[in-house]
Design a protein. Structure first.
Length: 92
């Protein structure tokens, strides 16, 4: 019985077997979580590397103006048809 705990390998094997027996249903979720964390870290590291390079491109993009227009605004419909999207019981 004394030879069982002489080396680290028998203890490691016992711990692995215990994990597989008692934590088997949670292993896929833990692996999925680890994979998502690794992808997030990888993308953040890539963003940090490209952080200084993208400053010159962003300043050129912000100078372009974009024209906007209002689509299906309730006030525009009320002026045209006299109808609103507010139910009659709640109108002021």
């Amino acid at each position: 019985m004394g030879r069982l705990f002489d080396g680290p390998w028998p203890i490691v094997i016992i711990i692995i077997v215990a994990l597989l027996l008692f934590a088997a249903p949670k292993l896929p979720a833990m692996a999925r979580s680890l994979g998502q964390s690794m992808r997030i870290i990888k993308s953040e590291v890539k963003e940090m590397k490209n952080d200084g390079k993208s400053d010159t491109k962003d300043s050129a993009d912000t100078t372009d103006a974009v024209e906007g227009r209002v689509v299906d605004h309730p006030d525009a419909r009320a002026k045209n048809n006299g109808e609103t999207d507010v139910p009659p019981a709640n109108r002021v």
